[in-house]
Design a protein around this ligand. Structure first.
Ligand code: GAR
Length: 210
């Protein structure tokens, strides 16, 4: 099986990037990161070690100019999968259409609830009994697109948003790399906006044990 070429887009800390790097270093994961692109030169995730290109695109650029640069870098890298990992910019149809069904994202809520920022505060204020994280294909809307996998956790009334964020981040670090692995093994497909997982029972078992 050929290696899945992955590009990761980040804006900050890059802890999900690190989790994906670790997973890709495993023998049974036929995926390699070929590039990390950031809109923030101070993103600490850019300090991650690995044999991949690190590209910074100036965030001050006008959206169209930024995306032309991004598109040009992607055309050179030719990724099979683009992982948004804390990439805090909405991509326009110009990018989304060119890489249809090849861009995925992690969001720290059970989508479609709590799209956007300050997710955990809003979940706690809304008094929901569960939250979690979602891995989804990316469409033109904010945190929108077909859902690939979700991991849920019960919310305890005394939890602070910081505690909830930490708990959910740990889940993200497990599920996101696992989904990259399933892409590498060609076990994920999408038809008419519905996502199919080759061995759904196995993935559900994995999720249960997170
Ligand atoms: C993660 O919690 C991710 O779910 C969130 O940003 C954080 C990035 O952390 N993404 C979004 O909110 C996207 N809408 P990281 O840089 O340590 O991976």
């Amino acid at each position: 099986m050929g290696m899945l070429k992955v590009v990761v887009l980040i804006s900050g800390r890059g802890s999900n990037l690190k989790a994906i790097i670790d997973k890709c270093s495993k023998k049974d994961v036929p995926a390699k990161i070929i590039g990390v692109i950031s809109n923030n030169s101070n993103a600490s995730g850019l300090k991650s070690n690995g044999k991949f290109k690190k590209i910074i695109i100036n965030n001050e650029l006008h959206k169209k100019e930024f995306e032309i640069k991004l598109q040009n870098h992607l055309k050179v890298l030719k990724p099979d999968l683009i992982c948004l990992a804390g990439f805090m910019k909405i991509l326009s149809p110009f990018i989304i259409k060119r890489w249809k069904n090849k861009i995925i994202n992690v969001h720290p809520s059970l989508l479609p609830a709590f799209k956007g920022l300050n997710t955990h505060e809003r979940a706690l204020n809304a008094g929901v009994k569960k939250s979690g994280c979602t891995i989804h294909f990316v469409d033109e809307s904010l945190d929108g697109g077909s859902i690939i996998a979700q991991v849920a956790t019960a919310i305890n009334k005394k939890m602070t948003s910081n505690e909830l964020s930490k708990k959910i981040l740990k889940m993200e670090h497990k599920i996101y790399p696992e989904i990259v692995k399933l892409f590498a093994k060609k076990e994920i497909s999408v038809k008419k906006n519905k996502v199919f997982i080759k061995d759904e029972k196995k993935l559900n078992f994995f999720i249960k044990n997170i």
